[in-house]
Ligand binder design. Sequence first.
Ligand code: DQA
Length: 145
Amino acid sequence: MTISVLVLNGPNLNMLGKREPGVYGARTLAEIEEETTAFGAGLGISVDFRQSNHEGMLVDWIHEALGRCRGIVINPGAYTHTSIALQDAIRAVGLPTIEVHLSNVFARETFRHHSYISPAALGVICGFGPLGYQLALTALQPHVV
Ligand code: DQA
């Protein structure tokens, strides 16, 4: 059976490539999707890669992952710093979840130092750009097989 992992991206990540390239790099989300999906296939993981600018959509997708996916990788964008609903959704489904950020949020504004997601996550990867998604899949693999 294929192991499916949901890779979720929150608000403004659809703007990668154009958005503050000095902070987030030049790669588009479509390019990151392609690389992450190919890397996942090498680990025997089928990646379901999605993006939404809407908090409720992300909550719905987390709920729908139950019974369909074995784990979650999430870059919640700015919802990281605001969303109790996303933390609750991750706790509700109980799937192993890894939080990813392209930038090193701890080297940035203090409002980015707090995450509502981290208490519900297995771990956090930040500051390594698009490679972070591959590092997250590598870290998640033993938890989903
Ligand atoms: C981000 C960091 C967040 O603080 C920010 O709001 C984002 C992207 C990152 O990938 O570095 O939208 O999650």
